[in-house]
Design a protein around this ligand. Sequence first.
Ligand code: SF4
Ligand code: SF4
Length: 346
Amino acid sequence: MPPVTPMRFLAKAGWSRLVSGLVEDYLVYGTVKKDGFPAYGRITNVRDLILFQTPTHLSAKEFLFPQRETLLKFNMEDGGHEPVVDAPAQVIIGMHSCDIHAMNLMDVVFAYGTPDANYLARRANTIVIGTDCFPDQYCFCPSVGTDKVNEGFDLYLHPIKKGFLVRTGTERGGAILKKYASSRQATASEERELKALDKRKEGSFVTKLDAPHTELPAIYAQSDNSPVWDKIGAICYGCGSCNNVCPTCYCFDVKDEVKPDLRTGERVRVWDGCTLEEFSLVAGGHNFRRPRSARLRHRMNRKFRYLAGVFNAPFCVGCGRCIRTCLVRINIAEVTNELIREYRSR
Ligand code: SF4
Ligand code: SF4
């Protein structure tokens, strides 16, 4: 459990000093504007950073689980091989509550069974500074219980008019706050201001699931033959964008790449996605989920049923990214609500 620490107030100037100090000492990533949209990028100056209230197009998972990474280098002549673990000390600034929940789920997944040395080393070397957000029309985090977060971050910022109220999640976070900036205990009126902001946020969600998320595994278990799968399968492009933007999609492929010298090579891991046609293609040319309807059914069952059964939590954190990015506007919340209606009308 994270240490329970009283909320501290950090002035805007103090926050700038803190970020500048981190930039001096670490590799820092944070939320920036790219092509006019919120995105993650490298921060080399405090002015690069914009703390957005709405979600970034891509999540921060690429900093812990890169789209492509080398796992080992090998030499076919002498059979030698050496693992590659690239885990620089890094900071991610600007993660929202849902994305920290997503990262906490990834932490569990990559530690499950045979622990994933690369992910876990990178995670251990990553300082996370979260921040409050405000929903757009696609966010539905309260429906999956991820609108508030109490662990997984080192520091968490609640912006208020004059600066930030800061929660400390780890001893490392407390040390950073102390080292780079001076803060003071928050006043009762500052905490009241934050409560009012929270209340405004609670009333601002447009997208909602119509059943508690704890009921979704049972609802999805009855949905295999629902007509909704053919309906969305008929318009899906099978482009894989929903997998790419999702902070909890973690499937990958592993390939051996031989160098032009034909003696040495690298084993690399690259993101894969269950909505791509080749994902379920096996030796002999058989594809056990060729129809797009079956691939979408699989993806959504992974989010609300299969993994929920193993890890006791939905694997959708309600960030809305797959809805925002889908060219044909396939909406996981609407699909789920349709399944809920079918289930209740039986
Ligand atoms: S649901 Fe949308 S984003 Fe996902 S594969 Fe189909 S078309 Fe692409
Ligand atoms: S399934 Fe969609 S809404 Fe849910 S976490 Fe993934 S991208 Fe976000």
